[in-house]
Design a protein around this ligand. Sequence first.
Ligand SMILES: [Zn+2]
Length: 314
Amino acid sequence: MMERLCFGIDIGGTSVKLGLFTDKGDLLDKWEIPTNKEENGSHILEDVAASVNKKIVDGKLNRDNIIGIGIGVPGPVTEDGTVIHCVNLGWGVFNVAEETRRLTGFETKVGNDANVAALGEMWQGGGRGYKNLIMVTLGTGVGGGVILNGEILTGSNGAAGEIGHITVNFEEEDSCNCGRKGCLEQFASATGIVKEAKRMLEKSKEPSKLREVSHLSAKAIFDYAKEGDDLSNKLVEQLCRYLAIAMSHIAHVVDPQAFVIGGGVSKAGTMLTEKIKKYYDNNVLFALKNKDFKLAELGNDAGIYGSAKLIIGK
Ligand SMILES: [Zn+2]
């Protein structure tokens, strides 16, 4: 019997990542094309279709063995594949699944990129073996995904899992990118952590190795915390406490088996997961304690894995 194949695609603001997968989860090939944002991104899906077609022709693949295409996009997506404004791509409101089906002839499923990454980690990454998990991605922003019974929780407007915009500090006076104040993203994104460090360095007279760093970064803060720098440790503790607060709120609603932490900041490793776990356990009902805290494993490939899983299904 011929192997069944599918494409997992992750559309980002600068590049589109594409992967060819077997339905068992083996990544056979991956490549990238630039994201053409001209004319409100109206050529992006045409480029994707052309690239998929070229791979089929070059690889002499049999179209009958291809079960379809999964796509992750950086914005809210409803269950039928309609995006509700992808500011990054210049897209308004339209049905991406339908359009891709028309352009390629293949069945297509579409999801939000952060949600899809969570599905990818559940399938072949740090969340393997779980069917109910929450993923939090700590990058330039804070993304999230909620997986329940092996499927993405999408919500009525495709905006479920926006963990980065849970309010964790009601006293904060600066505004988040979303226009509100005190969001998790303001404290737990790579940029947020650095901003907090600058604040703390200004406020306190405490000596700290961070004062000698020419370019403050989340990595420097974690490295110095591990070396015993007090101020760096305070920053890490604050970060983990805010993360744990947001996670405990979600846990009280969905009672997941595990949390998976991904994104560049997660390179801090088990120091991060252990501290989050400590604050989390102090913040939840007894029945919600003792969850597993895992690190993501797929890095930038989580999106293509999750997109492939979207089309493969449970
Ligand atoms: Zn926000």
